[in-house]
Design a protein around this ligand. Structure first.
Ligand code: GDD
Length: 439
């Protein structure tokens, strides 16, 4: 357990928060970027993905402790936690490591003693891989108004996208959840689970315990593979007084449908932005949405608008951008990046130590750490509708990523054009390429 102590007494907290960060066997769809950085630490809009979750939690006054639950090695999150503890002194941040992937509910249950320490009445649970405005205050209000056992954040998506998510049938008047089905085979609702919850602690752990008990009696009906093909693993829950054996246990399949049978499960429907961060390409819309939010909030982290800065644009203070380069909208430039004269960049993320040489054009793309884009080169993806929840498109009859991604230390030659490609680390592109995965 990695723990950085902070002043204050977290035992006073009546609301805690858990961020489910997953582990190295997850995030495979985030390749090639997750080959070099764990997905929760990938930077969008100038900050690691989970930093955006912490920032939202920091606005809820009585959250005094945030537990990151996952199965990455402790070292992976150590520096992040140290920095975050300085930036968010109002709460203690701890990493609790599962010894194997226990599933979204299995991890919560395994660490229930740590979560329940100090007797918090409520607990937020956030999937780390979503990007949204996290209206946690509104969720808390609904929770209190309705004396809820659970509140889930929901959003409306197009009917044809809904079955990729957990689907919620609710009473629009009372906001009560009537029915919940995880990734149903056919359409039941376009109100979907955003992966953000608020639970009464006195209800969630007994609900997980009941699911474990039910599974013991009906083992085959309650065991599910996860979306990233996790192997089901039989594991002991360690300190469990009933010494139940448990498999991977998933909040969505094993718990939420049952909560819907209670009268105290409610949905807060957000009209604000929400996206999943699954594929590497989905970091580009997430970057745009967080930058736009920061721009609306008049954040001083962003560049002032000008003829060459089309807002919103984030540039790390150590980056060198030639004054004749035109950047934006929706651009993040990482530490020590060099951007040459006459360069045009829009809707893109340029990562640490990359170099974009003069007169190159980068659009709808991610340029990996220490990669080089040559003079007059063109690296581009295809814009997708702002409402789309997918980053793949069909080009010449083939499904490709709409975002072009260069992995770490790639090189694009002068005048070379790269379109809708995913390029694995350390590749040199010396000729034009389109719609390819370059391995
Ligand atoms: N600690 C831990 N342990 N975290 C996990 C584990 C685990 O074993 N398995 C998954 N997670 C984390 C992931 O890192 C991610 O942040 C979150 O839990 C959900 O991941 P998935 O299990 O892959 O679910 P999903 O993304 O396909 O679907 C979930 O999220 C959607 C919204 O993004 C469901 O909750 C859907 O209903 C929902 O619509």
């Amino acid at each position: 357990m990695l723990q950085v102590p902070v002043p204050g007494n977290p035992n006073q907290a009546s609301t805690k928060a858990v961020i489910l960060v997953g582990g190295p066997s997850r995030g495979t769809r985030f390749r090639p970027l997750s080959l070099d950085v764990p997905k929760p630490l990938f930077e969008v809009a100038g900050h690691p993905i989970i930093h955006h979750c912490l920032k939202a939690l920091a606005k809820v006054p009585d959250v005094r402790e945030v537990l990151l639950v996952g199965y990455y090695d402790e070292n992976v999150l150590r520096d992040f936690i140290k920095d975050a503890t300085k930036e968010f002194p109002q709460f203690r941040i701890q990493y609790l490591r599962e010894y194997t992937a226990l599933g979204t509910a299995g991890g919560l249950y395994h660490f229930r003693d740590a979560i329940l320490k100090g007797k918090p009445e409520r607990c937020f649970v956030l999937n780390a891989d979503v990007c949204c405005s996290f209206p946690l205050g509104e969720m808390l209000r609904l929770f209190e108004e309705r004396d809820a056992e659970a509140v889930i954040l929901g959003t409306r998506v197009d009917n044809d996208a809904a079955t990729n998510f957990g689907c919620i049938v609710s009473d629009s008047h009372t906001k009560r959840v009537l029915h919940y089905v995880e990734k149903p085979e056919s359409h039941i609702s376009n109100l979907i689970n955003c992966g953000v919850y608020l639970f009464a602690t006195e209800c969630i752990f007994p609900a997980i315990r009941s699911a474990i008990k039910r599974r013991t009696t009906r083992p085959r009906m309650l065991s599910y593979p996860s979306s990233d093909n996790l192997e089901s693993s039989f594991v002991a829950t360690g300190d469990d007084e009933d010494s139940e054996k448990s498999e991977v246990l998933r909040l969505e399949q094993d718990i939420l449908s049952d909560l819907a049978d209670s009268n105290r499960f409610f949905v807060h429907e957000t009209k604000d932005f929400w996206r999943q961060i699954k594929t590497a390409g989905s970091a580009v819309p997430a970057n745009a949405l967080y930058l736009q939010k920061a721009f609306q909030a008049e954040s001083d982290e962003l560049m002032a608008p000008s003829a060459t800065m089309v807002p919103p644009v984030y540039i790390h203070p150590t980056a060198q951008v030639d004054p004749t380069a035109k950047l934006g909208p929706n651009v993040s430039i990482g530490p020590r990046v060099i951007v040459g004269a006459g360069v045009r960049i829009k809707d893109s993320i340029v990562l640490e130590d990359a170099e974009i040489r003069h007169d190159a054009c980068v659009m709808h793309s991610i340029i990996g750490w220490s990669s080089r884009v040559g003079a007059w080169a063109r690296v581009e993806g295809t814009p997708i509708p702002i409402t789309s929840h997918s980053t793949s498109i069909i080009k010449q009859g083939v499904k490709v990523q709409s975002i072009t991604i260069l992995g770490k230390e790639c090189g694009v030659g002068d005048e070379v054009r790269v379109q809708n490609c995913v390029c694995l680390p350390y590749k040199e592109l010396k000729r034009d390429v389109a719609n390819e995965v370059i391995m």
